[in-house]
Design a protein. Structure first.
Length: 276
């Protein structure tokens, strides 16, 4: 049995707001560079955006899918084991049925030893603002256990992109013990979209008294603008549209203090129940 990772006053998180193309090999080189930066910053966890393995603004589908033992996730596991940096990253998996003409939008969690801890399959597909993600992708099961990754004494729970618009998704992850909500995204650009992205991230932080680490993809057709929000709603880091990698410390003591002062989770009167 491996010893439990050390608990520290703050957990160091590297946000990789990178541009992603449909060239999977080039994207893996981008991931390698992000791991180097995270390692130099002595980060505990690296967060990559949605579709970090392969992306095109017109839509992602089966042509971008790789299995969990494919080159992208294998690289994540190898670099996590080599650097001691855990990673949360968006990828695209094959559909769940043989011969499926749709893929699965997923986030994988790899711990600092290189173990694949879990996979979140995106529940809310982006059928909005003129997009039809469901034509290329199949949704994950709404009743699947939330994906939560323990890193140095804090629990990181996973949402993906459009999930940010559904407060019950965040609340369900928090009910599973998450103190930090991680949101890998390729948030589509458009009228008011950057404003929505920021406002929703702040709202999810305040209502759940949780930190939010929202990592947007940079490049054509997407918004970028990654941000880190404290459990009190204060935005501690906010990027623009350009590719950038930044590292922040998430303070566990602040999380505990805010939840003591604002016990809204304890005071709530309704539970979240997945729909059929």
């Amino acid at each position: 049995m491996r010893p439990a990772p050390p608990v520290r006053p703050a957990v160091r998180v590297t946000l990789a707001q990178v541009a992603v193309s449909d060239d999977h090999a080039a994207n893996r080189e981008t991931v390698l560079d992000a791991f180097v930066t995270a390692g130099l910053a002595r980060a505990d966890v690296l967060v990559l955006p949605e579709y970090a393995s392969g992306f095109r603004p017109q839509g992602v589908g089966p042509e971008h899918a790789e299995p969990l033992d494919g080159p992208f996730v294998t690289l994540l596991r190898e670099r996590a084991a080599a650097t001691g940096v855990a990673v949360l990253a968006g990828t695209t998996l094959p559909g769940t049925s043989a011969g499926s003409d749709r893929a699965v939008n997923a986030v994988v969690a790899v711990d600092a030893t290189g173990d694949l801890v879990g996979v979140y399959r995106k529940v809310h597909l982006y059928d909005a603002f003129g997009h039809r993600e469901s034509e290329r992708l199949e949704p994950g099961p709404a009743d699947a256990p939330p994906l939560v990754l323990d890193v140095a004494g804090l629990r990181f729970g996973v949402l993906t992109c459009y999930d940010l618009r559904f407060p019950e998704s965040a609340r369900r992850v928090v009910d599973a013990g998450a103190q930090v909500l991680v949101v890998p995204a390729a948030w589509a650009a458009g009228d008011l979209k950057a404003m929505h992205w920021r406002a929703l991230a702040v709202a999810r932080a305040i209502e759940n008294t949780a930190a939010v680490v929202a990592v947007g993809q940079a490049g054509k057709g997407v918004t970028g603008r990654s941000l880190v929000v404290g459990p009190d709603g204060v935005v501690g880091l906010e990027l623009d549209e350009a590719p950038a990698i930044r590292t922040v410390d998430v303070d566990g003591a602040l999380l505990a203090s805010v939840r003591e002062t604002n016990p809204s989770l304890a005071n709530r009167r309704y539970a979240v129940v997945p729909r059929d």
